[in-house]
Design a protein around this ligand. Structure first.
Ligand code: SAM
Ligand code: SF4
Length: 326
C-alpha cells in the first residue's frame, strides 16, 4: 500500500525522534543554555514508538530514520533498533547521529540491523568543530566514523550544515574528502530554527556551494533513489564518494518531500515547519491500532504543499531542531 498526499507525493519515509536529549549543543540546533527538556513521562515508551512505526509501515512507510536529539544517548536504543529492524515491510532502517558514542556502540548498531549511518560532521578542524558543537571532540567522532566502517557499515553519509563565516571555508575540504573516501557528503543549508535574526547571513545557498566546488573540480550530476528525498546529488569526477546539496531555504525541497516526522513526545509533523504537529498520544491511548493508522493517513493527507517560508517568505516560529529530529 502507498501513502500519497494531496499533491501526489509518495510519503514513504518516517523520521522518528527517540529523545530530545543530546550530548552536544550545536549552535545551529539549540540555544547556548540548551532547551527545556521534555519530562520523562512525556517521552514515548519504546513500545509506543514501535506501535507508531508498525502502523506507519503498514500504511506505506518503507524507510525509517531514527534521530533525536542524539538517539544514542537513550538507554535501550540498541534493543529498540533490533525490534524495529524486524518490522515486516520495512525496507530501510537508518540512523542519524553526531557520532560521539560510535566508538563503543557501532558494533551493537550493526548487529541490531541498522543499515546505514548519517553522521553530522560540520568541520574537519578541531577548533571549529568544538566551537560549532560547543565543546565536542572531533577526534572521538572521527574514531567513531572509522570504527563504524570497520564493523561493516556501508560508506557513511556525512551531514554538513554550511554556515557563512563559520565553516564555509571548508566546503572544498569536504569535497576533497570524497576524492579519497567513499562517503556521501551532504551540504545542508542553514535553517532558521532558534529564532536567530541573522540566519540569512549564515545561510549559504546550495547553488553557491556547487559553484564553489565546480570552480575547483569537474563535477557530474547524478545518483538519487526513490527514498532519498530532496537531496540533489553530484560527484567530483573520479572521486570515490559523492556530494549532495539539501536546500530547504532556496530550493525545491518541498516538491520532492517524502517525509513524515514523529517527535519523542509523539507529535506527528507532516512538515518540518508546521508548528507543533498532531499529538498521537490520544490515538495510542485507544489501544486500537486501526485508529492509530487511520490518523497517520489523515496527517499525511493534510501535508502542506510547501513550507511557509517557501510559500510566503515568512520566518518560522522559533523551535529547536533537537526536539524535532532534523
Ligand atoms: N544528533 C543527531 C545529529 O546531530 O546528527 C541527530 C539529530 S540532528 C537534530 C539531525 C540533523 O539536523 C543533523 O544532521 C543536523 O545537522 C540537522 N540540523 C539541526 N539544526 C539545523 C539547522 N538549523 N539547519 C540545518 N540543519 C540542521
Ligand atoms: Fe545534538 Fe544533533 Fe542538535 Fe547537534 S545537531 S545539538 S548533535 S541534536
Amino acid at each position: 500500500m502507498a501513502l500519497i498526499d494531496t499533491f501526489g507525493r509518495r510519503i514513504n519515509y518516517l523520521r522518528l525522534s527517540v529523545t530530545d536529549r543530546c550530548n552536544f549543543r550545536c549552535t545551529y540546533c539549540m540555544p547556548a543554555g540548551g532547551v527545556e527538556k521534555l519530562s520523562h513521562c512525556d517521552i514515548l515508551s519504546y513500545a509506543d514508538l514501535l506501535r507508531i512505526s508498525t502502523q506507519a509501515v503498514a500504511a506505506g512507510i518503507e524507510k525509517i530514520r531514527v534521530t533525536g536529539g542524539e538517539p544514542l544517548v537513550r538507554k535501550g536504543i540498541v534493543q529498540f533498533l533490533a525490534l524495529l529492524s524486524q518490522l515486516p515491510g520495512l525496507k530501510e532502517l537508518v540512523l542519524t547521529t553526531n557520532g560521539l558514542l560510535l566508538p563503543e556502540m557501532a558494533q551493537g548498531l550493526w548487529d541490531a540491523g541498522v543499515q546505514r549511518l548519517n553522521i553530522s560532521l560540520d568541520s574537519l578542524n578541531p577548533e571549529t568543530f568544538a566551537r560549532v558543537t560547543r565543546g565536542g571532540d572531533l577526534q572521538r567522532v572521527l574514531d567513531g566514523i572509522r570504527v563504524a566502517e570497520e564493523v561493516g557499515f556501508p560508506p557513511h553519509k556525512i551531514n554538513v550544515v554550511v554556515m557563512r563565516g563559520v565553516n564555509d571555508n571548508e566546503i572544498l575540504d569536504f569535497a576533497r574528502l570524497t576524492l579519497e573516501r567513499p562517503y556521501s557528503v551532504r551540504f545542508i543549508e542553514y535553517m532558521p530554527t532558534s529564532g536567530d535574526g541573522d540566519w540569512r547571513e549564515l545561510c549559504v545557498p546550495g547553488s553557491e556551494i556547487i559553484e564553489r566546488i565546480s570552480r575547483e573540480y569537474p563535477i557530474e550530476e547524478g545518483g538519487s533513489s526513490a527514498r532519498s528525498g530532496p537531496s540533489r546529488n553530484f560527484r567530483v569526477v573520479g572521486g570515490k564518494g559523492s556530494l549532495g546539496i539539501i536546500t530547504p531555504m532556496t530550493g525545491h525541497f518541498c516538491d520532492a518531500c517524502n517525509r513524515l516526522r514523529v517527535t519523542a513526545s509523539g507529535m506527528a509533523k507532516s512538515c518540518l515547519f508546521s508548528g507543533s504537529g498532531v499529538d498521537l498520544r490520544p490515538f495510542l491511548a485507544t489501544g486500537d491500532d486501526a485508529i492509530l493508522q487511520a490518523e497517520i493517513r489523515r496527517i499525511v493527507a493534510g501535508k502542506p504543499g510547501r513550507h511557509q517560508m517557501a510559500e510566503k517568505g515568512e520566518d518560522p516560529a522559533p523551535f529547536a531542531m533537537s526536539g524535532v529530529g532534523g
